[in-house]
Design a protein around this ligand. Structure first.
Ligand SMILES: Cc1cc2nc3c(=O)[nH]c(=O)nc-3n(C[C@H](O)[C@H](O)[C@H](O)COP(=O)(O)O)c2cc1C
Length: 219
């Protein structure tokens, strides 16, 4: 794309931003988004699995992740993942990769609460060490989280679930004991509409600041 000219812009302002328009613009503008493939358990011990791309890390000391879970668009009901997180105060974020894209995508289907997506999709699971929610075995990175706070935002459609990572499980296929290699992991990202993307071209530039807590060189 060429640099846009100053006259080439459309401005959509707050009075035109109903929930549907806001969603459409946000998911088109904030791209590519990493995908948290979240496992939780309900009171009966059933494993729930669903993907969420309104997600990022938000703190490093201690490590924290945040995921925005909306109420269901149709009936305004709370999603199973959100209900389970609030009740158990625990969840696991599994990184979605190209290898598991199909299962991850299928797990977004609105299964009734008494159906385990893990069972329905035949997902192999591994026990966690600190939380009841299991890990998805086919994901190369799984992060066990304890809920730190749930913050309801704006008009109440969205709640941000902030979790402390109490354990990182890192496959030796992507982790060398120091760093996670994104090119080996091949994460899949969400774009606007029915689109996903892979990592694409990777650009290298020397880092200009030391990383948080880093004593050594800023590489
Ligand atoms: C790739 C992907 C990303 C998604 N991201 C979100 C999100 O960030 N927040 C959200 O509320 N729903 C998101 N969804 C929709 C949920 O996955 C969907 O509502 C799912 O049925 C929730 O399942 P649950 O009721 O078992 O929690 C996403 C769906 C897909 C396919």
């Amino acid at each position: 794309m060429n640099r846009p000219q100053p006259t080439d812009f459309t401005c959509v302002e707050h009075d035109a931003l109903d929930t549907e328009t806001a969603y459409r613009l946000l998911v088109g503008c904030v791209v590519p988004r990493p995908i948290a493939w979240i496992t939780t358990v309900d009171a009966a011990g059933r494993v729930n699995v669903a993907p969420f791309s309104s997600y990022n890390y938000v703190a490093t000391s201690p490590p924290m992740l945040a995921v925005n879970i909306a109420l269901r668009a149709g009936d305004g009901a709370i999603k199973d993942t959100a209900r389970n997180i609030l009740a158990s105060r625990e969840f696991v974020v599994n990184v979605a990769t190209e290898a598991t894209m199909e299962e991850m995508h299928q797990s977004a289907w609105e299964y009734p609460p008494d159906i385990s997506e893990a069972q329905a999709l035949g997902l192999p699971l591994l026990p966690s060490r600190h939380v009841r929610a299991p890990r998805i075995a086919s994901s190369p990175v799984q992060m066990e989280c304890r809920l730190d706070q749930a913050v309801t935002l704006g008009r109440g459609v969205n709640t941000l679930y902030i979790g402390e990572v109490v354990a990182f499980h890192l496959s030796n296929a992507v982790y060398d004991g120091h760093r996670v290699d994104a090119q080996k992991m091949r994460p899949v990202a969400r774009l606007g509409g029915p689109f996903y993307s892979g990592l694409g071209e990777v650009f290298h530039r020397p880092m200009l600041q030391k990383p948080p807590g880093g004593e050594g060189s800023a590489d």
